[in-house]
Design a protein around this ligand. Structure first.
Ligand code: G
Ligand code: G
Ligand code: MN
Ligand code: NA
Length: 249
C-alpha cells in the first residue's frame, strides 16, 4: 500500500507533528495538562487523521517507532513548560505488548529532562482486556517510577468497573459519548455514578468532548472540575501553547 510506504518515511521526512489540547481546571481557569495528539502532514494528501494512520501503524508495527518519536517529542516539549503542567501521551496496545516499554519510557524522561510525575500515560480499555496480567505488571513498574496512568475513553468500550481497582490508575477520562447524551436522564444517571465512583476511589477525573456552556454547567453542578473539549480549545500546534499557558480560560 502506498500509504504504508509513505508512513515508513514520515519520521525521516519530518512529516509528523504533535498538536496539544488543554485540559482545563475551571477552579483556576488554567491548563493543568496538555494532551499530545499526533498529526501527519502528508506531502500530497495533506493532514491525515490519526484515526486513519494509527491503525495502519499498529498493523505494520510502525507504531513502535512512531510511539517512541511521540514520547520523546512530547517530553521534550513539556520540559519547557511551567513545572505544574503535565503532558499526556496516548499509547497503543501494540506498544504495551513490548517487553521494553517501561525501559523505553524510563529512557525518554531523563533524555528530555522531564520529571516522571509530569508524564501521564493514556491507555484505553482495550489494553486491559487482552493481556491483563502483563499490563498490570507494566503499570506497577511505571507507577513506581512516578509516571501517572490515565484510563482514556472511559465508558466507550468494554468498560468494567473492576478495572478501576485492579489497575493502579491515577485518572479516568470520561468519553465524550456521555457528554453528547447528557439530556438523557439515564445517561445523566450513569455519568453521575461514575463521577461519584471516581471520587470514592480517589481518582482524578476529566470529562472529554465538552463543546457547549450548557454541558459545562450541568457537569460543573455534578462536581466535575477538569474538562477537555472544543469549548475550551481544539488541539493546537506547539507554537500556540505559550498563549494557552499565559491566558486564563
Ligand atoms: O486528535 P484526534 O481526535 O484526531 O485523534 C484521533 C484518535 O487518535 C484518538 O483516539 C487519539 O487517542 C488517537 N491518537 C492521537 N495521537 C496519538 C498518538 O500519539 N498515539 C496513539 N496511539 N494514538 C493517538
Ligand atoms: O481518543 P482520545 O481521547 O485520545 O482523543 C481525543 C480526540 O478527541 C482528539 O482527536 C480530539 O480532536 C477529539 N476532541 C477533543 N475535544 C473534542 C470535542 O469537544 N468534540 C469532539 N467532537 N472531539 C473532540
Ligand atoms: Mn487520549
Ligand atoms: Na478519549
Amino acid at each position: 500500500r502506498q500509504i504504508e510506504h509513505d508512513l515508513r518515511a514520515a519520521i525521516a521526512n519530518d512529516e509528523l507533528e504533535l498538536f496539544y489540547q488543554p485540559i482545563v481546571d475551571v477552579r483556576s481557569h488554567r491548563v493543568n495538562t496538555f494532551e499530545a495528539l499526533l498529526r501527519w502532514r502528508h506531502p500530497t494528501r495533506g493532514l491525515v487523521s490519526p484515526e486513519v494512520f494509527i491503525p495502519i501503524a499498529e498493523e505494520t508495527g510502525l507504531i513502535v517507532e512512531i510511539g517512541e518519536w511521540v514520547l520523546a517529542s512530547a517530553c521534550r516539549d513539556a520540559a519547557a513548560w511551567p513545572a505544574d503542567i503535565r503532558v499526556a501521551v496516548n499509547f497503543s496496545p501494540v506498544q504495551f505488548r513490548r517487553r521494553d516499554v517501561v525501559a523505553m519510557i524510563e529512557r525518554a524522561l531523563p533524555a528530555a529532562g522531564l520529571a516522571p510525575d509530569r508524564l501521564e500515560v493514556e491507555v484505553t480499555e482495550a489494553i486491559l482486556i487482552r493481556d491483563a496480567e502483563a499490563t498490570r505488571i507494566v503499570f506497577e513498574r511505571l507507577r513506581r517510577s512516578g509516571v501517572r496512568l490515565s484510563l482514556d475513553d472511559f465508558g466507550s468500550g468494554y468498560s468494567s468497573l473492576s478495572y478501576l481497582n485492579t489497575f493502579p490508575f491515577d485518572k479516568i477520562k470520561i468519553d465524550r459519548a456521555f457528554v453528547i447524551d447528557l439530556s438523557n436522564p439515564k445517561s445523566l444517571a450513569v455519568i453521575t455514578a461514575v463521577i461519584n465512583l471516581a471520587e470514592r476511589l480517589n481518582l482524578s477525573l476529566v470529562v472529554e468532548g465538552v463543546e457547549t456552556e450548557k454541558q459545562l454547567e450541568i457537569l460543573s453542578s455534578l462536581g466535575v472540575t477538569n474538562f477537555q473539549g472544543f469549548l475550551f480549545s481544539p488541539p493546537r500546534p506547539l507554537a500556540e501553547i505559550d498563549q494557552m499557558i499565559r491566558e486564563p480560560f
